[in-house]
Design a protein around this ligand. Structure first.
Ligand code: URA
Length: 253
């Protein structure tokens, strides 16, 4: 089926379902095979021309923000890279910004994060929350951010130019938050922040440094969802972080 025909069909279907909902219909039956097929269809990316027009109107990122709120405000209208064209919400990050023990840094928002404007709230985020709790913290006691603040379409990894365009925000966030340690989740976060291209399998569990702050690389929670056998490696890495902070994990219930 030609792509335009497919998207027209989806639009008609959306209109039809909205009409049904307005009419009071609360349930529709959908064949599993249809759902599986829909999940396979790549999302339409905005045309490069349209995105480039937006980027041409970008406001430069100030060299010194005074607060995280100011950063979030600037991010919310940022048009420094093509990711701005397809986002629903920007995801600046959230948590304890007052020199928390740990700043977790992921790659970039996924669909759930894009919809809610909050970091790590989907499946991988729920796993991250459990990891944080296993360390003896509540989610609000640490800070959680991403390398890029807008969702890359189809959850692809951010491109080098997208990371470069967004990095000034994260750098300034780190400068304001002053975390005691950083946990870099996955290869992309490490590459963006430290410029290291060594594989995460080799880097994980080895202390690195970002501007004088100790940084522990570990596997990304999405990877753990695909390969749960790696959870024990991550737990070892997180225990090193606790040790550095002079803490012990709480006794397991
Ligand atoms: N994956 C990330 O890297 N960041 C999020 O916020 C969610 C999923």
């Amino acid at each position: 089926m030609a792509e335009t025909t497919f998207y027209n069909l989806i639009e008609n279907l959306e209109n039809y379902l909205e009409y049904q909902r307005d009419e009071g219909v609360q349930r529709v039956e959908v064949d599993r095979a249809v759902l599986a097929e829909l999940a396979r269809i790549p999302e339409a990316e905005p045309s490069v021309e349209a995105a480039e027009e937006l980027v041409a109107t970008a406001v430069p990122i100030p060299e010194k923000f005074q607060s995280l709120e100011e950063i979030a405000m600037h991010v919310s209208t940022c048009r420094n890279c093509l990711l701005c064209a397809a986002r629903m919400n920007t995801v600046p990050g959230e948590g304890n910004a007052d020199s928390p023990d740990i700043l977790f840094i992921g790659e970039g928002p996924g669909a759930d994060e894009d919809a809610q404007g909050r970091p790590f709230v989907g499946k991988a985020g729920q796993l991250l929350t459990r990891m944080i709790e296993a360390m003896g913290y509540r989610r609000e006691q640490v800070f959680i951010a991403n390398l890029v603040k807008c969702r890359p379409p189809n959850n692809r990894a951010p491109l080098p130019e997208e990371m470069e365009a967004c990095l000034p925000y994260l750098r300034q966030q780190i400068g304001l938050i002053k975390p005691k340690t950083i946990v870099g989740l996955g290869a992309t976060a490490i590459k963006g922040l430290l410029g290291k291209t060594t594989g995460i399998t080799r880097l994980r569990g080895t202390w690195q440094e970002y501007e004088g702050i100790k940084l522990m690389p570990t596997f990304h929670p999405s990877y753990l969802l695909r390969d749960p056998s790696k959870k024990k490696d991550v737990w070892q890495d997180l225990q090193l972080v606790l040790k550095e902070l002079g803490k012990e994990p709480p006794a397991r219930k």
